[in-house]
Design a protein around this ligand. Structure first.
Ligand code: NAP
Length: 291
């Protein structure tokens, strides 16, 4: 009796399935998905037993990254400029049972960064993951900004990460593996009015980070560029406001605290550490940033 494929017996339907272009499209898609999953599994990088250095790990996103990396079994090293904030952060990380090293360091100073890297290596042996998180923001119209404001943002948000990268790279190269995470901003992809020194410095960081990813990939060092939109880290308390200070503070603080516009910091840190484990090239955080 003729089958529903129009032929007799089983050989003809199988032949039809095998020669149907839709079968090949489906098989290719499945093979590609399987390849991606295998690639993710092969490049997975567990944090347990690793050393993770987080610049600016004393509060906000940096401290949350340190907490989550510590909970995952990593040894964490943090730095910041203010000794009291640093001491409080070290205490809270130690209390949760994390192995922690903490030292003051201003990332804009190349010598201090070199000293930081030596300090962490002396304490923990080597550095597996560098997270360039230390950052600053100045808010205000361009007419209220001077060249010094642009230089300050560039020093912290661009030269700071570059100082740390150049100091840590020889060691990662000699070990043939490592992870470098650069916390940039969506302001480094789309320039934001009233945040021009900040946006300019984050654009520079994104350029550095993306080029570095391409250049280092073959050496086993994977670079991740993170572009968050607003996150609820309490950063308006530490931002500098220029021009009409009250008005500038109000819009920045409102946006920073509005749940639809800004992202919970614990969630942001989880997403970033997942990207570290998988060696992803980019992370864009918060819905408005994705749009
Ligand atoms: N919060 C947001 O909505 C948002 C959005 C996009 C991107 N980001 C980026 O995410 C990162 C973290 O933001 P956050 O909101 O958590 O910032 P935050 O609360 O202001 O914390 C910044 C951290 O960096 C440290 N730091 C600042 N300048 C430093 C320097 N020159 N040397 C060493 N440490 C320095 C600070 O400690 P000391 O002041 O004691 O030095 C602090 O530990 C930044 O790179 C920021 O640009 C934040």
């Amino acid at each position: 009796m003729p089958s529903k494929w129009g032929g007799r017996g089983r050989a003809i339907p199988l032949l039809r399935i095998a020669t149907d272009p839709r079968t090949w499209v489906f098989a290719s898609a499945a093979a590609a998905a399987g390849g991606r999953a295998l690639g993710r599994w092969l490049t997975r990088f567990e944090l347990r037993g690793r050393t993770v250095l987080i610049t600016g790990g004393t509060r906000g996103l940096g401290l949350e990254l340190a907490r989550q990396a510590g909970s995952a079994g990593a040894r964490v090293a943090i730095c910041g400029r203010d000794a009291d904030t640093l001491a409080r952060a070290r205490e809270s990380l130690s209390q949760m049972g994390a192995a922690v090293l903490a030292t003051t360091c201003d990332v804009t100073d190349r010598n201090q960064v070199a000293e930081l890297i030596r300090f962490v290596q002396a304490g923990f042996g080597h550095i597996d993951v560098l997270i360039n998180n230390a950052g600053m923001v100045e808010v205000g119209p361009v007419e209220a900004m001077t060249a010094v404001d642009f230089e300050r943002d560039m020093a912290t948000n661009f030269w700071g990460p570059l100082n740390a990268i150049l100091a840590v790279l020889p060691h990662m190269r000699s070990r043939g593996e490592g992870r470098i995470v650069n916390i940039a901003s969506i302001g480094g992809k789309l320039s934001v009015p009233h945040l021009l020194p900040y946006s300019s410095s984050k654009f520079a960081l994104v350029g550095l980070s993306e080029g570095l990813r391409a250049e280092l990939r073959a050496s086993g060092i994977l670079v991740t560029t993170v572009c968050p939109g607003l996150m609820r880290t309490g950063s308006p308390r530490h931002a500098t406001f220029k021009g009409r200070h009250d008005a500038e503070y109000t819009w920045f603080n409102l946006a920073d605290n509005f749940p639809l516009l800004s992202m919970d910091v614990e969630r942001a840190a989880r997403r970033i550490l997942r990207a570290v484990r998988h060696g992803n090239s980019h992370v864009v955080l918060s819905l408005p940033a994705k749009v």
